[in-house]
Design a protein around this ligand. Sequence first.
Ligand SMILES: Cc1ncc(COP(=O)(O)O)c(C=O)c1O
Length: 379
Amino acid sequence: MHPIQMVDLTRQYLRIQQEADAAMREVILNATFINGPAVKKFETELQDFLDCPHVIGCANGTDALQVAMMALDLPPGSEVITPAFSYAALAEVIHLLGHVPVYAEVDPHTFLMDPAGIEALITPRTRVIAPVHLYGQTADMEAILAIAAKHKLFVVEDTAQAIGAMCTFSDESSHAAGTMGHIGTTSFFPSKNLGCYGDGGAVFTRDAALAERIRMICNHGQRKKYTHEIVGLNSRLDSLQAALLSVKLKQLRAYEAARNAVADVYDAAFAQLPGIQVPARRPGSTHVFHQYTLTLRDEAMREAMKKDLAEHQVPTMIYYPTPLHRQQAYYNPVSMPLTEDLCLRVLSLPVHTEMDPDQLQYIIQTVIAFSANYQPQTA
Ligand SMILES: Cc1ncc(COP(=O)(O)O)c(C=O)c1O
């Protein structure tokens, strides 16, 4: 059996090696490293894939969020409603730009921002609602967009973990994650579902004026060389990465299917185990299973299971051990019981495109054996 990893990027590469090498070699031979044709080509392909008219590559998913927020040209101190159960990038960007994150609770079953709690957080300073499509499925965008429209707020979607996920509205229209709000962002970090071999990111929008601002911000605020109209950044998607991403984009639906196949087998195997809750699928969204995340009965069980699996060479990860409002850098005394509780109880298992049947069965048998032997601590 191959050693089990959270993701297996080496074996994934070996399956696309010829095409990936050829695409990257072409960039090198043509010496078109910065803003070469490979970048435009990939942006156009991703536009078609997402059915979104504007895709702008940038240096990473955190920059994508920063560029998105800068493009909205918000007054200083604007409040941005965003989930506390998430990765730190969005909170970091909000602080860096002199704005204020206002943390929203998540649904404890889907881990997604709960629209029911949003309106109570809106103040005269609120400008943006920024859902994160955590672990690979979309938040309830129909409800979020309705709240945003009612209060005249922008919506920025963080799609770093959910590229390719589709959200269905009540009129049965279907929309790609990241294309429903004013701006969507993603990361091509290597372990992401559409990951490159270094850093990369992109910003999506349907709005031509916002797209123009985004392009300028990514390019030092220039429309024309050496003419800086607005304060910008240097945030570019590298041509080598773009060439690779064109190759991997063709595989993305197959990658998504492979991840779903693993998730389906996990779901069936773990459904009846005491104290173990499998991830809920939100009706109205497909799931691309960037993460497969269990919720355990309590922290003690989570720690025991993590240790037991590690002893059996099954890696696991905790996304995320500390809620954003309890991080020293972004501290906020507000109490968010659902988020705080999830941080103690979630555990993500390996899910990736290269999982062999024997690896999958080994992980499942290890979890089942742990469950059979685990003695819950009594108070
Ligand atoms: C939800 C989310 N947002 C943003 C990012 C930031 O992406 P990057 O690492 O490319 O800056 C990540 C990356 O892990 C993420 O998971």
